[in-house]
Design a protein around this ligand. Structure first.
Ligand SMILES: *[C@@H]1O[C@H](CO)[C@@H](O)[C@H](O)[C@H]1NC(C)=O
Ligand SMILES: *[C@@H]1O[C@H](CO)[C@@H](O)[C@H](O)[C@H]1NC(C)=O
Length: 741
């Protein structure tokens, strides 16, 4: 887990470096700001310690997020501009203020606004003070309800811990829908009990919709519907749409012909058949059921007397689960139906969703710089998808089966990350325009939920690559222009490339074949088999298909393959890795295993054994789960750096570092490395600096003593000292890592 959080931090750091909307004010610009009357969130700072540094990084990120709400994020350095009243002369200043004009709306201790989610949620909550009501007790909630009756519906969010992503999701929703609904926020357990929650001590965030608008008599309570999915912006948005849908839809066609919004939102639909004689009763039954299943199941009443309804009389009900066909049944009592949905049909779906959430939890964290840079920026822009075809339920299937390669982006208009990624996506489309056989398309999953669920798309944005005659391939890379562009170009290379002679093998390994792809990746991986009848060949071909777009793979299944093994201690079948012309090939024997295992083996051997870490390749390396031996080298390519690299290579090639993942970061090319180093140690040591980080076991970080010479034998000695507990850790990666959670 820690590893992933580290990645998250890495990327958030990168983001912050690339796009700072944080404004630094002088006395003069601060005075002007006070007069302009706008809303701003201001930190007055003096000295900087590690905690304040961390806060300022989060402040920078929040500047991006809050810009879209018209709120400026500002820093004033009190040691340069001593603003009266706010620059109090303390060394470490731990307060931030929210201003509207020159009036302080609220001040916050920086412990409260500890990260970007906390800053955004608290600031929006304060700004929306008049729109979002804060209630502690059921009585207060009832007062809000009574003013809302006949006027508007209410959205109640129970947020046990303020400042977490759920809180931010609620506040961002309130910002969008604040004029339509009355928003209420509560934290205590009293209101939970009032809402009928069985275990009010649970720390889960919850949301209810109170249907007050249609209530005309003060003595009638507002019916409430709980949202049963986790609180995030997409789920809340979907839930609110469901709340807007009619309670019961009446139709005069067969179930399979009915089109209701629930189907597009991934919600099951229940169909009830009505006879002319019992119409009133049937409608009442439908209403009762619809109330009980609201938010989870859509209810449709079908009038049988229409000639278009051909359902046999023995059935009086039917249901349809997302992505499935209509199933008919005979309804005995309404209780049975509620039981059927609550205990069987919905249960399955809910569990699935929970698992899905687990699986995809890391996606939103791994934003790369391009995305974070434009998150929120483009929220209100109309999409201009000229070079991208927008697909609908009618065109989707035809498009993905007819072209050579169709790249499809599944997005959600309401999701900021999607909207930001669309910009990169359009850039890729523009770059590929005119290229034969490649088309970029997009599906708006808010509108065509059915396509997205058919394609098993559950996280957004998702990019799938379709080629005729093969399964859709998931793009697993970074959400940036460069990386997607490369993936698409590499997808065009047939995988594996079948080689038929030793001359072709040579041309493949030396990069002459696919020479124009060398700038995409210099690495070539070759599978060698003694004949096409070798049982491993099929597995290898399948693995190559899995890795399409990521690796250039060749296959040489021929009696001459033996020649390539001459003088090597490895027998066929084997894997040969070439890292570019002039670099000695690496050889690995190829076990017989499943295509997926083979694919992950290929991914592993493809990694450089002493790699330069970059933001892009880092996830692959961290996935190996080994302790890191990380060399940080300075911006300039000095002799010290070259020597340090060489000193580590010695024990590495002797196999003495197998337990570790040795790698290096060049602070010039990967500036985020400096922040990592500071977070690890709290300071930046002289460079080059060697650090060991044991993310798995406790997250301790050790620094090779700067006063000792960075030489192979000293390094080995130091590693031994660390293992024997004779070295003190210089820091803990876990602390920094936990802040990011
Ligand atoms: C203020 O400026 C001083 C000197 O330039 C610097 O050391 C300090 O870190 C700055 N403080 C903040 C909060 O930016
Ligand atoms: C979606 O998942 C189901 C169940 O795992 C599978 O049967 C189906 O083929 C998948 N659909 C696509 C388009 O991948």
């Amino acid at each position: 887990m820690c590893i992933i959080y580290l990645i998250a931090i890495l990327f958030s750091l990168t983001a912050e470096q690339c796009s700072s909307k944080l404004i630094e004010d002088s006395s003069q610009s601060f005075t002007e700001r006070m007069h302009a009357g706008k809303t701003s969130f201001v930190y007055f700072g003096n000295h900087v310690n590690p905690t304040i540094k961390l806060f300022m990084e989060q402040l920078e990120m929040s500047a991006d997020a809050l810009e879209d709400y018209g709120i400026s994020v500002v820093k004033v350095n009190c040691s340069k501009d001593a603003i009266p009243n706010y620059c109090t002369g303390e060394e470490l200043m731990t307060k931030a203020y929210l201003f509207r004009g020159s009036e302080v709306l609220r001040s916050f201790d920086i412990d409260t606004v500890f990260d970007v989610n906390a800053i955004v949620s608290h600031v929006l909550f304060s700004v929306l003070f008049n729109e979002v009501r804060y209630v502690h007790t059921p009585a207060e909630l009832l007062r809000v309800e009574s003013t809302a009756k006949q006027n508007s519906d209410i959205v109640v969010g129970h947020i046990p811990v303020l400042g977490l992503p759920e809180h931010r999701a609620l506040m961002e929703t309130a910002f969008v829908y604040g004029t339509k609904y009355q928003f209420v926020q509560t934290t205590g357990s009293l209101v939970l009990k009032h809402m009928g929650v069985v275990d009010p001590s649970s720390s889960q965030a919850r949301l209810w919709f109170l249907h007050c608008k249609g209530i005309s008599r003060q003595s009638d309570p507002c019916p409430s519907t709980p949202m049963r999915k986790p609180l995030n912006t997409i789920n809340i948005h979907t839930f609110l749409q469901l709340m807007e849908a009619p309670l019961v839809t009446e139709e005069v066609v067969d179930p399979s012909e009915v089109d209701v919004v629930h189907m597009h939102l991934g919600v099951p639909v229940l169909y009830l058949f009505s006879q002319p004689q019992t119409e009133h009763l049937d409608r009442a039954t439908a209403q009762t059921l619809a109330m009980q299943l609201r938010g989870e199941v859509g209810v449709v009443l079908i009038h049988r007397n229409s000639p278009n309804v051909e359902t046999p009389l023995k059935y009086n009900a039917a249901y349809r689960l997302p992505q499935e066909d209509v199933k008919y049944f005979t309804l005995k009592s309404t209780d049975d139906v509620v039981k059927l949905f609550k205990e069987e049909l919905l249960q399955d779906h809910k569990l699935e969703e929970e698992e899905e959430d687990e699986e995809h939890w890391s996606d939103p964290d791994i934003l790369d710089d391009e995305v974070s840079e434009s998150v929120y920026r483009d929220r209100d822009l109309m999409l201009d998808l000229e070079s991208v075809v927008e697909l609908t339920s009618d065109t989707f299937q035809k498009t993905v089966t007819q072209d050579e390669i169709t790249v499809v982006l599944f997005y959600f208009k309401w999701d900021a990350v999607c909207m930001a990624f669309i910009q990169s996506y359009i850039e890729v489309a523009d770059a590929l325009e005119g290229m034969n056989g490649v088309h970029l398309a997009a599906v708006n999953c808010g509108e065509y939920t059915d396509i997205c669920s058919d394609q098993n798309v559950t996280s957004f944005p998702t990019v799938l690559i379709y080629q005729p005659m093969s399964a859709a391939q998931l793009y697993r890379g970074m959400l940036g222009t460069k990386s997607l562009h490369r993936f698409i170009l590499l997808s065009l290379v047939s995988s594996p490339t079948h080689l038929s002679s030793s001359a072709e093998v040579m041309s493949f390994l030396e990069g002459d074949l696919y020479s124009k792809h060398v700038y995409l990746t210099p690495v070539r991986v070759l599978g060698l088999f003694s004949s096409t009848h070798d049982t491993g060949v099929t597995s290898f071909e399948e693995a190559a298909r899995i890795l399409r777009g990521e690796t250039i793979l060749g296959l040489f299944a021929h009696k001459d393959a033996e020649q390539w093994m001459e003088g090597l201690s490895v027998n066929l079948p084997a894997l040969l890795v070439s890292r570019g012309p002039g670099v000695p090939h690496e050889v690995y024997s190829l076990p017989s295993s499943s295509p997926t295992d083979l694919a992950s083996l290929i991914q592993r051997v493809k990694l450089d054994r002493f790699a330069e870490l970059t933001v892009e390749n880092l996830p692959w390396y961290l996935e190996l789960g080994k302790p890191l031996l990380l060399l940080f080298i300075g911006k300039e390519d000095s002799t010290e750096s070259t020597e340090a690299l060489a000193e580590i290579k010695q024990p590495l090639s002797a196999g003495q570092l197998d337990f570790f993942l040795p790698c290096w970061i060049h602070l010039g090319r990967t500036p985020v490395g400096r922040s990592i180093l500071e977070k690890y140690l709290g300071f930046v040591p002289p460079l080059p600096a060697l650090v060991m980080s044991r993310l798995k076991t406790g997250g301790e970080v050790f620094l090779f003593p700067p006063e000792r010479l960075l030489m192979a034998k000293n390094i080995l000695q130091w590693i031994q000292d660390v293992e024997n507990g004779q070295e003190q850790p210089a820091g803990k990666s876990r602390e920094l890592v936990n802040r990011g959670v």
